[in-house]
Ligand binder design. Sequence first.
Ligand code: GLU
Length: 422
Amino acid sequence: MKIIMVKLLSIIDPYKMAVKQLRNAVELLGYDKSVFEILSKPQRVLEVNIPVRMDDGSVIVFTGYRVQHNNALGPYKGGVRYHPNVTRNEVIALSMWMTWKCSVTGLPYGGGKGGVIVDPRRLSIRELEELSRGYIRAIAPIIGPEKDIPAPDVYTDPQIMAWFMDEFSKLKGYNVPAVVTAKPEELWGSKGRIYSTGLGVAIIAREAARKIGIDISNARVVVQGYGNVGFFTAKFLHDVGAKIIAVSDSKGGVYDPKGLDPEKVMEFKRKTGSVIKYPGASTITNEEILLLETDILVPAAIEGVITLDNAASIKAKIIVEGANGPTTPEADKILFKKGVKVVPDILANAGGVIVSYFEWVQNLQGHVWSEEEVKERLERHIEHAFHRVWLKAERDSIDLRTAAYLVAVERVVKAMKLRGWI
Ligand code: GLU
C-alpha cells in the first residue's frame, strides 16, 4: 500500500493535470497562445514559514502557501488545506481549479488556494491554533473581503476559520467577518455551509442519474473519503433512499451490499478514528472501492485516484467528483469512451464555494438568511450550472469536464478582454 502511494504521488502532478485540461479548452475555444500563457500560471504565489512553539517547548517551522491564480471575475476565493503532502504545485493547481469552479457556477470570484505542509492530526489544539493564527498573519497583507477570501479545505474546519477571522480582525482593529467563509454560525457563518459541499454533490448526483434514467431512490452509491464532503454526500443520498454500499477513509474502507447507514458509520468513525472494522460490513481497500459495481461513484478524498491504471476497470455509470482533481486527463479519455458520465470537480463540488459566496454576501450586508433560503438558493444555483454544462456536452458531443471548462474559461477570457488584459 505504502509503495503504491509513493508511486502515485511521484507520477501524478496535479499542476500538470490542470495545465493539460486548460490547454485542451484553450485549443477548442480557438484562443491565442497568449491566453494559455496567462492562465497556465498563477498571478501570485506567496510562500510563508510559520514558527510554532510546540507543547514540548521545541519550535517547528511550518511552510505554507497562498496562491492567487486569477482575479478577472472578482476577489480570489478558495480554501486552505492542511496536509503533509501539500506542495507548491498542488496549491497552484487547486487555485486554478477554483478559478474555473467560480467561473462555471457564475460566482463573482476569481480563484485562489492555500496550503500548509503539516499533519494536523498530530498537533494539539493549542499548537493548531498557533499555527493557524501564524499562517493568517503571514498572508494577511494579500487577503481581505475585497482581495482574497480563504475557506476550509482538506483537514481544516470552522474552528480554524474562527481563528483566521479573529486574528485578521485583531490586526485590523475591528471585526472583519467577510475575510473568511465557512465560519461557525455563532461567528457570522452561514447556515448550511457545513454540509453545503455534500448537499451540492448529492443534488448533482440526483440530476445526473435522472439524465441517464436512473432513479436516485434506487441507486447504489460508493463514496471514497469520509471527511466533510464524503460523509454529507452519503447522508443526503441516503436520505433520499439511495443505497450507500461502500465508504472509505485514509485507513481503508467498508462494503455492505445491503447498504450502510452513513450516520452510524460516522458515529463509529468518531469513536474509533476510522470507518474500518465497522460491524457487519466487509473490509475493502481504497483501490478496490473504486472498482465496485455501482451506479454512482463519488471520489471525495484526494487527487489522482482514477488513472490510466484503473480507469478501464471502473464499473460505475456515473462519477461525481467530490474531491478536487481525482481523475487524470488520461483516465478521462478512457471513461468517456466507455460511456461513463464524469461530472467534474469544478461543477460537482461547487456547493461549498456557492454557500461561501452566500456567507460573504450575508456578512457584507449584515443579513442572516434562514437555512431554507440557503438550501433553496444553493439548489437553484447548482442545478442551473449543471444543466448548462450537460446541454453543452450533449450538443458538442464532448465529455462533461471539457464542456465545463469551455464555459468556465470562456467567461474568464471575456472578462480579461473587457478589462484590457489581453
Ligand atoms: N475548499 C473548497 C473548494 O475546493 C471550498 C472553497 C470555498 O468555500 O471558498 O471548493
